[in-house]
Ligand binder design. Structure first.
Ligand code: ZN
Ligand code: ZN
Ligand code: ZN
Length: 375
């Protein structure tokens, strides 16, 4: 049964601004300055265009927020979920200095948090406008809030997971000897949209030797009988939340050693998911994926971290990697995607999982068993 995508009022509750102000104070910042991107969308629901003209949400640690918007963008801002939050909005005319509006609101702050993906164009102008202010990253205040997904955010990620699972269910029809990776990626991209995403983020089709390169995209190589094919695909839903799922397929008879290491990989992915529960360090999930792969002699061929957080960005905190001792908490959502790339082929299996009160929930449920397509 398909899940319903949550409505903006559930995803962007009016209580969030107060939480963000409190987190700003806790982080020792006087204010957050958020330009278009995932931080602004998280706080207000406003999916603003990134333009050279300044759009900036000022969230003081104390006091009311202010959204500074180019006059011509004001109707879009008011029509966005931000409009329903009752945030004060100030439109600026083409001849105004919007940076002076930021200064007028904040006075002389000592420390400001800038959205992590703010353009240098704005960072430097804000430095000039607020010369006494130390500039830090807004993630100092926002990372914990953004990492701990609400029930509505988990529902949005589940809707994304179900949509990308439906695309994977169709992939075997498109993998045929004689077709190019690019042709398959085009079919996949069309399906990503048809299944409910607003945007295609990536459609990786790595056939044969290209499957041994984890970030190969899709090229003119023509599929052949006997190819393993790594298919790693994702998009962004209208809610703003992302999907990301990898399956590895085989066309016809697999190469001699492939079935053996695919089995190891499937067990490793299972073990890593089973390690997920509150209080477990992120790096312990990475270790749980790595151990069975190393024990089977493929350790040198698992060349990347086990996973990354996902939400309004397809890669965000927390990262599932050695050295990250941060304990997992309920609501953390991330990929579990071990891979084995011995060449001249490779394999990866990736699901998005959410840490629950006492374990984990997978948001991708299309089969992880090796799918052999006719070839
Ligand atoms: Zn990646
Ligand atoms: Zn992926
Ligand atoms: Zn991923």
């Amino acid at each position: 049964m398909a899940s319903r995508e949550p409505v903006p009022a559930e995803l962007y509750p009016p209580t969030r601004l107060a939480q963000v102000s409190a987190a700003t104070a806790r982080a020792g910042l006087d204010a957050l300055l958020l330009t278009p991107g995932p931080d602004l969308r998280y706080v207000t629901g406003y999916d603003a265009h990134q333009l050279e003209r300044l759009t900036c949400l000022v969230v003081p640690a104390q006091g009311d927020p202010l959204l500074i918007v180019p006059r011509l963008e004001l109707p879009a801002a008011q029509a966005s979920p931000a409009g329903a939050l009752g945030i004060e909005m100030r439109g600026w005319e083409e001849t105004d200095d919007p940076y002076a509006l930021v200064r007028a609101r904040l006075g002389q702050p000592e420390r400001v948090g800038l959205s992590d993906r703010m353009w240098a164009l704005m960072v430097l102008r804000l430095r000039t406008a607020l010369p006494g202010a130390e500039q830090l990253l807004a993630s100092a205040a926002l990372r914990e809030l953004r990492a701990r997904k609400s029930a509505a955010e988990v529902a949005a990620l589940l809707a994304a997971g179900e949509a990308i699972d439906r695309v994977h269910a169709s992939v075997p029809e498109w993998l045929r000897p004689g077709r190019s990776e690019e042709q398959v990626a085009a079919d996949i991209s069309d399906a990503i949209i048809a299944e409910g995403h607003a945007r295609v983020d990536f459609a990786i089709v790595g056939s044969g030797p290209n499957g041994a390169s984890p970030h190969h995209t899709a090229g003119d190589r023509v599929l052949r009988s006997g190819d393993p094919v790594v298919v790693d695909i994702g998009g962004t839903m209208p809610s703003g939340y992302c999907s990301d799922c990898t399956r590895t397929y085989v066309i016809g008879e697999p190469p001699a050693d492939f079935a053996a290491y695919y089995q190891v990989l499937q067990e490793a992915q299972e073990a890593a998911c089973a390690a997920v529960r509150p209080g477990v360090a992120a790096e312990a999930v990475d270790a749980a994926a790595r151990e069975p792969i190393a024990a089977a002699g493929y350790g040198d061929y698992f060349v990347h971290r086990t996973g990354h957080g996902i939400g309004l960005e397809s890669h965000e905190d927390p990262y599932i990697v050695a050295g990250n001792t941060e304990p997992l908490e309920p609501g953390y959502a991330f990929s579990v995607e071990p891979g084995i790339y011995p060449g001249p082929h490779g394999a990866r299996i990736e699901d998005i999982v959410v840490c629950t009160a006492d374990g984990f929930q997978r948001l991708n449920n299309v089969t992880r068993d090796l799918v052999v397509v006719p070839g």
